[in-house]
Design a protein around this ligand. Structure first.
Ligand code: ATP
Length: 315
């Protein structure tokens, strides 16, 4: 039961809960990484795409802030102050001067440290859920601003769809294209890869090459999206982090090869990896590619997904 109360004026209404929020994983259709900046970030030019692999966060009224979970990463993922969900809830409470009281429960499907931004997705879900639970009535842009202080991908996970990310990924501009559903196969790896480690490896691989690699734009990818042809999109997909992820996890080359042998249009490492994603022509083709990858035994599990999906939303 969802019960709401509040004065009969324009004030946002506070929910006693439960408030349930579903949030997608992201992949990067294009991930251009520029040189390391003085502030420790790399300049990025990326095209984010939200896919149908979801975490779900439920928020209920409480007299303290607690987090419980089930699913992917249970027993491994810390549920304390380091968890991005707790950090996001506290950041919203501090900004809006309300007590950070809620009972939060996470149902996790997005693999940990997989290059799918699961932690950022959960933080985005926490911002939406607590905003509604506490009646703090923030605009999505305000939540994105709070989110950007916690993780570069959080503004996109609030937004969803397909969008261009610049700066260190936190500045989002929607991409206007006629609605097209793209079909993907997501090959989940055994174990994760640390994003900072992948960036460090990239810097190491690039050291000594002069002049430094300039930050490429996403024009080819954007034009491919407009053509709505999987072969064209497949040829335009790219990830500057892929060589670094492959250097740290050479067996990912076997996953990419198996996806190609299973008939995928193309495959690439998702973000910082180790998840690999494959483009298929339609849902049936995605099913075949997933079956081929599962039969090859090169990954923990290959599942089908669609995109683009909306960002964090109350269900
Ligand atoms: P990104 O590509 O955004 O760097 P990722 O997909 O590779 O992320 P995540 O699953 O988002 O990896 O998590 C990276 C790390 O963040 C985890 O290893 C974990 O230590 C920390 N973390 C904190 N909160 C969460 C959360 N709710 N879910 C997942 N990871 C979390």
């Amino acid at each position: 039961m969802t019960e709401a109360w509040g004065p009969d004026d324009d004030e946002p209404r506070r929910h006693h809960g439960p408030v349930r929020v579903r949030v997608p994983a992201k992949i990067n259709l294009h991930l251009g990484v520029g040189p390391l900046r003085a502030d420790g970030f790399h300049e990025l030019n990326t095209v984010y795409h939200a896919i149908s692999l979801f975490d779900e966060l439920t928020a209920r009224a409480g007299d303290t802030l607690t987090l419980t979970m089930e699913g992917e990463g249970t027993g491994t993922l810390a549920l304390d102050e380091t968890n991005l969900i707790i950090r996001a809830a506290k950041a919203l409470a501090a900004r809006t001067r309300v007590p950070a009281y809620a009972r939060l429960h996470l149902r996790k499907t997005i693999p940990l440290a997989g290059g799918l931004a699961g932690g950022s997705a959960d933080a985005a879900a926490a911002l939406i859920a607590c905003d509604l639970l506490w009646g703090t009535g923030m605009a999505r842009e305000e939540l994105a601003e709070i989110g950007a202080t916690l993780g570069s991908d959080i503004p996109f996970l609030l937004h969803g769809g397909t969008a261009l990310g610049t700066g260190h990924g936190e500045a989002i501009s929607p991409i206007l294209a006629r609605p097209t559903t793209w079909h993907w196969v997501v090959a989940v790896a055994e174990g994760g890869l640390s994003t900072p480690e992948v960036y460090r490896k990239l810097d190491e691989l690039r050291a000594g090459s002069w002049p430094p690699k300039p930050l490429g734009d996403a024009d080819e990818l954007m034009s491919a999206l407009r053509q709505r042809d999987p072969e064209v999109l497949g040829a335009a997909l790219g990830n500057d982090l892929q060589p670094a992820a492959l250097a740290l996890r050479p067996e990912l080359a076997d996953v990419l090869k198996a996806g190609s042998e299973a008939g995928a249009v193309t495959g690439l490492v998702s973000g910082s990896g180790p998840t690999c994603v494959f483009l298929a022509t339609d849902a049936a083709h995605a099913g075949q590619v997933a079956a081929g990858l599962n039969a090859a035994g090169v990954c923990r599990e290959a599942v089908t997904a669609r995109g683009p999906m909306p960002g964090a939303r109350v269900t």
